[in-house]
Design a protein around this ligand. Structure first.
Ligand code: NAD
Length: 418
């Protein structure tokens, strides 16, 4: 699997793992076994476009480990999707699930496509073809998908429908993040962003920051929009927001309701009359108390890590901070990093609740879901902070080592077959 190392994202996930494996003194016999993905599947997806032309897309699914239960992870539609990045995201899912004590390994899938350039019918055909190619490798007990960048509840509904057709009966537990009307969980749509806001607010209290803290969010999709809404509900002031079209900034605070209405109408944040246009690069280094990258990976780099001006870096996206940037942030103790595998874990935690509800055909009230979610996030934040203090390490190393150690323990106790 050395070819995966050509991918910067995969190399970053491996470098993180190697550093933590050294810190934990993981025996050689368990290192490779824990690090390398169990299964990589790449498929080509011939799909008829509305024009009648046939276009072949490339799709991937990586299952990182099956030691603690089925694998779990999102499906991403983005033109830059490549197998190494998918493998890195699957690895991070493994540590994230283990950190939150969920009975899952990590997985991730992706199709190299820009979903904005295709019709609903074309996206449905891509999704159904992808699902049908993956059927030998997925099941509610093997691998359960969820939405990620570029996919949504509708995508999950098509996956569930395609899979159920093959099976001959409805199997709602094959995906999470589907519409509530067909077995989705209340609160799943908002869970990741609300979780990010909950944790950022908890840390803000710990640091005794003012209630009307300035917040900047990169990304106004699922995670970014609900994180922004959550922060504003906690009393914070949204001073900057960015998406693929660029950013907008207003030191006095953006009117979130008006912004939501504007984005619903235009599809982008730029052009919103109540703020100054700013590039995504500039947006990340504007002064604020809470910075939430909630779009792409590797946006906090060696170039800008010394320049960001926040007190809390709440990582809504997966892998937003490079290893080099982390080294710089370690020299800046004034910045409290809430690492991605903790910060955005609200999504997979409520996905777990959804899977459990589907398996039992017994559904819970929204208050019950958020009570349970916040209890887990609170407890995990506490555990990570204590671990970091105990060993004098940064929060990311603490979170990763707690997650990785659980997987290592599972592998050691289960032994090796044959
Ligand atoms: P989404 O597709 O709903 O939204 C993505 C947002 O990023 C959009 O606003 C888009 O315009 C913006 N964006 C795309 N390219 C950009 C660029 N070059 N510069 C700035 N912004 C850009 O995706 P999402 O589900 O909100 O996922 C965002 C991140 O959160 C990803 O890293 C994903 O892996 C992670 N994540 C998502 C979930 C979830 O439940 N959806 C859970 C955990 C982690």
């Amino acid at each position: 699997m050395k070819h995966l190392l050509a991918s910067p994202a995969y190399k970053m996930a491996c470098d993180q793992f190697d550093a933590v494996a050294d810190f934990l003194n993981i025996p050689e016999s368990l290192r490779e076994r824990t690090k390398l993905p169990k299964r990589l599947v790449t498929v080509s997806l011939p799909v008829r476009l509305d024009s009648g032309e046939v276009k072949v897309f490339e799709g991937h699914r990586v299952q990182h480990h099956l030691t603690l239960g089925p694998t779990k992870g999102g499906l991403r539609y983005h033109p830059a999707v490549e197998i190494g990045e998918v493998a890195a995201l699957a690895m991070w899912m493994s540590w994230k699930c283990a950190l939150a004590d969920l009975p899952y390994g990590g997985a991730k899938g992706g199709v190299a496509i820009d979903p904005r350039k295709f019709s609903i019918g074309e996206l449905e055909r891509v999704t159904r073809r992808y699902t049908s190619e993956m059927i030998p490798f997925i099941s509610p007990q093997t691998d359960v998908m969820a939405p990620d960048m570029g996919t949504n509840e509708q995508t999950m509904a098509w996956i569930m429908d395609t899979y159920s057709h093959q099976l001959g009966h409805t199997a709602s537990s094959i995906v999470t993040g589907k519409p509530v009307s067909i077995g989705g969980s209340l609160g799943r749509r908002e869970a990741t962003g609300r979780g990010v806001a909950f944790l950022a607010n908890r840390v803000s209290d710990l640091l005794k920051l003012p209630n009307d803290s300035r917040v900047i969010v990169q990304g106004f999709g699922n995670v970014g929009s609900f994180a922004a809404i959550g922060m504003v509900k906690y009393g914070a002031r949204l001073v900057g927001i960015g998406d693929a079209s660029g950013g907008i900034h207003n030191v006095k605070g953006l009117d979130l309701a008006a912004l939501q209405e504007y984005v619903a109408r235009t599809g982008v944040v730029t052009g919103f009359p109540d703020g100054d246009k700013i590039s995504n690069e500039e947006l990340l280094v504007q002064p604020c108390e809470i910075l939430i990258p909630a779009a792409l990976d590797r946006v906090i780099t060696a170039k800008n890590a010394g320049k960001i001006q926040c007190r809390i870096l709440a990582e809504g996206a997966n892998g937003p901070t490079t290893v080099e940037a982390d080294a710089i942030l370690r020299q800046r103790p004034e910045i409290f990093v809430i690492p991605d595998i903790l910060c955005n874990s609200g999504g997979v935690i409520v996905s777990y609740f959804e899977w459990v509800q589907d398996l039992q055909s017994f559904f819970w009230a929204e208050t019950e879901i958020f009570d349970k979610l916040y209890r887990i996030l609170d407890h995990t934040l506490d555990t990570v902070i204590k671990e970091a203090r105990k060993h004098n390490i940064d929060h990311r190393t603490a979170a990763l080592s707690l997650g990785i150690q659980k997987v290592v323990n599972g592998k050691a106790i289960r032994g090796l077959f044959p």
